[in-house]
Design a protein around this ligand. Structure first.
Ligand SMILES: [Zn+2]
Length: 342
């Protein structure tokens, strides 16, 4: 019997927004000199301004609920877990009080969008990870009071990778809450020599994701917190391709600061989930062969231009993929992740 894949729900775990009520709160809070965050008019249009020259254009496709609902309908996305645009995360803010305020406003804004959308949305919180205890508190509030499914976390915090021991208090809370932790590349534009040709995006983003995954593996976070559930953006960056080098480095004894791993690398790779943003069916097939179809979830990166606009089509271009695997990747795996929170 012919299987009609259009009937299978599509669940998008990588979908960005910039809540309108967040912008209202920033506007109401007044001049950016007071709080470090502000709105500004640029020749190219209005922008949300962060310290250190970081700014985020106010793109209606990110802000306007009607546009997003329409986009989900036309892309045939049934459910989306929305996270704030990673250009403007609370973890970039040095002043902790501002960061905590900003994260709360982001999350209240996302909750507002989730409530008002005509489409089925879930919230992924922004958390001020530079203060892991405060981040744990905000994650708890977002999940308990706003019904969020977890958080989007940056690939690094300040100058530290995700295996910094200070973060244990956050991992503990996330594990206890059953949070989905969506790791998104952050501040990739700070890498040297990635300024031209948008290399900060084309190379910096997958590099950031790879550093995050390697830190969680070699730093023992995955082993110490077996219940943590991480989703890696952009199909895991370089991870699926480069992991044999990590494996080789860890058994060859060439590096004193790589611990002996008690768990095989291929098993550790299966501790992550990976989104489908890889564009090419052959590359997606390699990811499926490497980590398993049960570890892959749809991401679109909507409405960003670097997104994967038609995941159903990407999967349809793998005609030999078993129906159960297709269904699992389209939505089953994500529903399993989202369903077991809280
Ligand atoms: Zn993204």
């Amino acid at each position: 019997m012919h299987h009609d894949e259009r009937a299978d729900p599509l669940v998008d775990l990588h979908h960005h927004c910039l809540p309108a009520s967040l912008l209202d709160s920033v506007r109401a809070a007044g001049n950016k000199s007071k709080i470090g965050v502000g709105l500004s008019r640029r020749w190219s249009g209005d922008a949300l301004i962060f310290p250190q020259g970081r700014e985020c254009p106010l793109d209606p496709a990110m802000i306007d609920l009607g546009i997003r609902d329409e986009g989900m309908l036309s892309a045939r996305i049934d459910v989306a877990a929305v996270s704030v645009l990673p250009l403007v995360l609370s973890s970039y803010l040095d002043d902790l009080e501002t960061a905590q305020w900003y994260a709360r406003e982001v999350n209240n804004g996302i909750a507002d969008d989730v409530a008002r959308s005509s489409q089925k949305l879930h919230g992924l919180a922004d958390v001020p990870l530079q203060d892991p205890a405060a981040a744990a508190l905000e994650l708890r509030r977002a999940m308990a009071q706003l019904g969020f499914v977890g958080a989007q976390i940056p690939s690094h915090v300040g100058n530290q990778n995700l295996d910094a021991p200070e973060l244990d208090v956050f991992w503990e809370a996330a594990e206890e809450l059953g949070a989905v932790l969506f790791i998104h590349p952050a501040a990739a534009d700070k890498h040297l020599r990635l300024g031209a040709h948008a290399l900060f995006n084309l190379i910096g983003n997958p590099l950031e994701t790879s550093i995050a995954a390697a830190s969680l593996i070699f730093g023992g976070v995955l082993t110490r917190f077996p219940g943590l559930r991480f989703v890696l953006a952009h199909a895991g960056g370089f991870v699926p391709w480069i992991y044999p080098r990590w494996e080789h480095g860890s058994v060859a004894g060439a590096f004193p600061d790589i611990p002996t791993l008690d768990t095989p690398m291929t098993e550790l790779l299966r501790r992550f989930w990976y989104d489908t943003i890889i564009y090419k069916p052959e590359a997606l097939q390699y990811l499926i062969d490497t980590v398993g179809a049960d570890r892959i979830v749809v991401g679109t990166d909507s409405p960003a231009l670097m997104g994967e606009s038609d995941p159903r089509d990407l999967l349809a271009r793998l005609p030999d993929l078993p129906v159960e695997s297709r269904r699992a990747i389209l939505g089953g795996n994500a529903l399993g992740l989202l369903g077991s929170t809280g």
